[in-house]
Write a protein that binds this ligand. Structure first.
Ligand code: SAH
Length: 451
């Protein structure tokens, strides 16, 4: 294998671009090298750490020049905030530019992209922490693994999660440390405490603590839960989750309520939602409200419409839309999420919503056969985007509008091309909303209408 650079070679590099993952990109004789933490325009001294046939990785040793867009962030958090070294305004431009570049490549640059709706304070926004627990010098600690490594870094202050969650994590650790409990070891699959998960309602301030254990037996579990509840008045729920599989999936199947309730409640756009340990719930509540408001405004609801929400999760978008539409049909593949969605509908006294468990494509076909004619189809798919057969089924129903909430611009642009083949076209500028400040994730709302 002949590459222009060799492992351990020292080089002077000029960074040309930032990849969609937020890595600096430099080229040596056309051979791309990716450098974490480096920004466009910067000149660095670097060492090559890995070479593949068509690309390699290098590590910055010294910054010879620095970008005016650089902020000196806490590099300790690099695993959690891969864009933390870039000024927030530049992060927002980077995200908008990513969508624009992908549209351009697809010869769709006539489609406009609005500036990204960002946060005034782009830190401490996460309403959920999910952190590994390891034993350091005889003490249980939380932290994170450096990207692509097995090197655990302990951490007390996480820059992007709710500060109260950081406090709760430390209190829970202090209590756990009064008992002689072991921490899980990835290598051997032995040891008890694997992860801590804490969720906190943005409006309700109710908190849930989930202690993930390797196996069912949890010595002093009830006592520990009681100590947490008694000392932290906002904690309404302490749950033991059992995960005894050797996997990097955080939660196991089995939950045991150790103290308090099995769910906490929070609000989004004035609606109440019950959230259980396993529920998918958007992690940035302030921006989620903005995102949903955009989706509703763009759908142009007047109260007379029939709406399909094709990837409805626990029904957050469906229920928000139900207040502005005649009838909403939601479908979601995870049965537990639909149980939550139904509960949330009655919690909010909304009776004009039907929720079904299953594959979005199959349900669209069934609804079509039942003679349901949606005015608006709402889609909010996972990163892999839509299948072309889903797009086909959606277009066959001839909705006036399709509102596409996307968390991945690459699949969004691919799917827009398929919609165009079926006679639908983007009629308003795409509106990105920053759901994940300090990270490279790009979320956006697109409206498609029949030509
Ligand atoms: N709109 C919700 C959830 C979006 S996440 C919210 O904002 O909270 C995407 C959801 O699509 C997930 O809940 C996932 O379980 C679901 N999903 C994935 N594939 C699906 C399919 N083929 N049919 C229906 N739902 C699917």
């Amino acid at each position: 294998m002949q590459t222009p650079v060799k492992k351990n070679q020292h080089l002077i590099l000029t960074i040309e671009d930032l990849t969609y993952e937020g890595m600096g990109l430099a080229k040596v004789d056309g051979y791309p090298l990716f450098i974490a933490g480096a920004l466009p325009g910067e000149k660095i001294e670097a060492v090559v750490v890995k070479t593949r046939k068509n690309f390699g990785y290098a590590r910055a040793l010294k910054y010879l020049t620095k970008s005016p867009d650089r902020v000196e962030d806490n590099q300790q958090q690099a695993g959690i905030t891969p864009l933390g070294h870039l000024k927030y305004a530049a992060q927002l431009n980077f995200k908008r530019n990513q969508i624009q570049q992908l549209l351009k490549k697809a010869h769709l640059d006539q489609i406009e992209v609005e500036p990204v709706l960002g946060m005034d304070d782009p830190y401490h926004y996460r309403n959920k922490a999910q952190v590994p627990v390891r034993k350091i010098n005889g003490r249980l600690e939380v932290g994170f693994y450096r990207k692509g490594s097995h090197h655990f870094m302990s951490l007390k202050h996480f820059s992007i999660q709710d500060k109260r969650i950081d406090e709760i994590l430390q209190t829970v650790l202090n209590i756990l440390n009064q008992f002689n409990l072991s921490a899980y070891d990835e290598q051997t699959g032995k040891g008890l405490i694997r992860h801590l998960m804490v969720r906190r309602g943005y409006y309700s301030h109710e908190a849930m603590v989930v202690i993930v254990t390797n196996g069912e037996s949890f010595p002093h579990g009830d006592k520990i839960a009681e100590m947490i509840m008694n000392s932290q008045k906002d904690v309404q729920s302490v749950i033991q989750n059992v995960n005894n599989r050797q996997t990097n999936v955080i939660l196991g199947q089995k939950d045991k309520v150790l103290a308090g309730k099995s769910t906490i409640t929070d609000e989004l756009n004035g609606l109440k939602f019950e959230i259980s340990a396993h529920s998918f719930y958007q992690v940035n509540p302030q921006q989620t409200e903005k995102l949903y408001q955009q989706a509703i405004r763009k759908a142009g609801l007047t109260g007379n419409e029939t709406v399909i929400d094709a990837y409805c999760g626990i029904g957050t978008i469906s229920l928000t839309m139900a207040k502005h539409a005649k009838k909403v049909y939601g479908v979601e593949i995870v049965p537990e999420a639909i149980e939550d969605a139904k509960r949330n509908a009655s919690l909010n006294n909304l009776t004009n919503v039907d929720f079904e468990v299953g594959n979005a494509e199959e349900w669209m076909a069934k609804w079509s056969q039942q003679g349901i004619k949606p005015d608006v189809i709402m889609v909010d798919p996972p990163r892999k985007g839509l299948t072309s057969s889903l797009i086909e089924s959606a277009c066959e129903m001839q909705p006036k509008k399709v509102v596409y909430v996307s968390c991945n611009p690459a699949t969004l642009v691919r799917d827009i091309q398929t919609f165009i083949e079926h006679g639908y076209y983007v009629t308003q500028p795409i509106q990105p909303v920053d759901q994940f400040p300090q990270t490279p994730h790009v979320e956006s709302v697109t409206v498609l209408e029949k030509r």
